[in-house]
Design a protein around this ligand. Structure first.
Ligand code: MN3
Length: 199
């Protein structure tokens, strides 16, 4: 029986400061993510989907059942988001992943620029991603709750560009948030782990 649960953050609420404040993490994790968990469980139950896995629910309800999809896909997105961050101003990318970035996306700088532009170019709420698509790295963006698995992509790194993710710390400056994210907030060891697991 599936029951969505709010995971603990893998770090303290002030661990990502000054790039992401404790206030943002408190609201974003304790309130926003919690709401997806609560509503997701309610809609899973109402739709008799308790026997399915989280990934199957997301894939099977895409474009078919918005209340279930929006909440369960956002749950999946946020589990990923918490895990993929750490306070990392050095931002050194392990060579296994760096080589692949150079091969598929030109260079680390070009990858970061494309990632930031995807996040800026996502009109309204959504996410930008570094994904594996058929074994190749790609930068993509998705609206609202959409997780890359609905397109058959493997998410390696995702950034939440909903306003709740940055408004406390960056006000309307989404580009500054995205730059701080790719330069200072990514757990590249974890991204590399995701890459190696899926290649
Ligand atoms: Mn969010």
């Amino acid at each position: 029986m599936i029951n969505l649960e709010l995971p603990d953050l893998p770090y303290s609420k002030d661990a990502l400061a000054p790039y992401m404040s404790a206030e943002t993490l408190e609201l974003h994790h304790d309130k926003h993510h919690m709401a997806y968990v609560t509503n997701g469980n309610k809609f899973i139950k109402e739709n008799n989907l308790s026997e399915d896995s989280i990934e199957d629910i997301v894939k099977n309800t895409y474009n078919k059942n918005a209340p279930v999809f929006n909440n369960v896909s956002q749950h999946l997105n946020h589990i990923h988001f918490w895990e993929i961050m750490k306070n990392n101003p050095d931002g050194k990318i392990p060579s296994e992943l760096e080589n692949k970035i150079n091969e598929d996306l030109g260079s680390v700088e070009e990858m970061k620029e494309a990632f930031i532009n995807a996040g800026i170019g996502q009109f309204g709420s959504g996410w930008c991603w570094l994904v594996l698509n058929g074994g190749k790295l790609e930068i993509t963006k998705t609206p609202n709750a959409e997780n890359p698995i609905v397109h058959g992509h493997v998410p390696l790194l995702g950034c939440d560009v909903w306003e709740h993710s940055y408004y406390v710390d960056y006000r309307n400056r989404r580009p500054d948030y995205l730059k701080a994210f790719v330069d200072n907030m990514v757990n590249w060891e974890k991204v590399t782990e995701n890459f190696l697991k899926n290649s």
